[in-house]
Design a protein around this ligand. Structure first.
Ligand code: IMP
Ligand code: MG
Length: 182
């Protein structure tokens, strides 16, 4: 029987494809951060699925923090207004921070976050994103580690939501029109 997830979303990256790419990213990060005090800083809520899988592919004694940022007010367009809704639990000063994000779309959210985090004087700050939509860039940000580059399509699953739903779809895909009542 076809699952609810398959009925609602056309697959772009399968679970196996995500796993394989994340293993590669984890290996690279493991090499780059050896002997460093690494903090994986996930941006809530979209990055949670990616971060927990990525962390298990990094063979280092890292720590995990989360930060809540909201630039969305429903629908599929960024409002441009960014708010920090939840902050980290420990100071970042002197530590090697790797920001983990689900997707860089216009770049508005990340530009704001990187500026805000840099002001806390981490030893270094880098960015790892699962997806990038370069066709939509408004404010360019340097991406140190990226999973996949995608076309200008609104994607869901593996943490990415449509109006807070579909985050738990285990693969990444594009919503079918019937899933949004179209
Ligand atoms: P930006 O500020 O335009 O770069 O948007 C960043 C945030 O918008 C991401 O962290 C996502 O939460 C959300 N977003 C952007 N594109 C998509 C998409 O295709 N699907 C789901 N969420 C998206
Ligand atoms: Mg997000």
């Amino acid at each position: 029987m076809i699952s609810f997830h398959e009925k609602s979303v056309d697959v772009l990256y399968t679970e196996a494809e995500l796993k394989a790419r994340i293993a590669e990213l984890g290996k690279q990060i493991t090499e780059d951060y050896r002997d460093k005090d690494l903090v994986l800083l996930g941006v809530l809520k979209g990055s949670v699925f990616f971060l927990t899988d990525l962390a298990r592919e990094i063979d280092l004694p890292l720590t995990i923090e989360f930060l809540g940022a909201s630039s969305y007010h429903g629908g599929t367009e960024s409002s441009g207004e960014v708010r920090i809704t939840t902050d980290v639990s420990k100071p970042l000063k002197g530590r090697h921070v790797l920001v983990v994000e689900d997707i860089i779309d216009t770049g508005l959210t990340m530009k704001f976050l990187l500026e805000n985090l840099s002001a806390r004087h981490p030893a270094s700050i880098r960015l790892c994103t699962l997806l990038e939509k370069p066709s939509r860039t408004k404010l360019p940000v340097h991406i140190d580690y990226k999973g996949f580059v995608i076309e200008d399509k609104f994607v869901v699953g593996y943490g990415l939501d449509y109006d807070e739903k579909l985050r738990n779809v285990p693969f990444i895909g594009v919503m079918k029109p019937e899933a949004i009542g179209g």
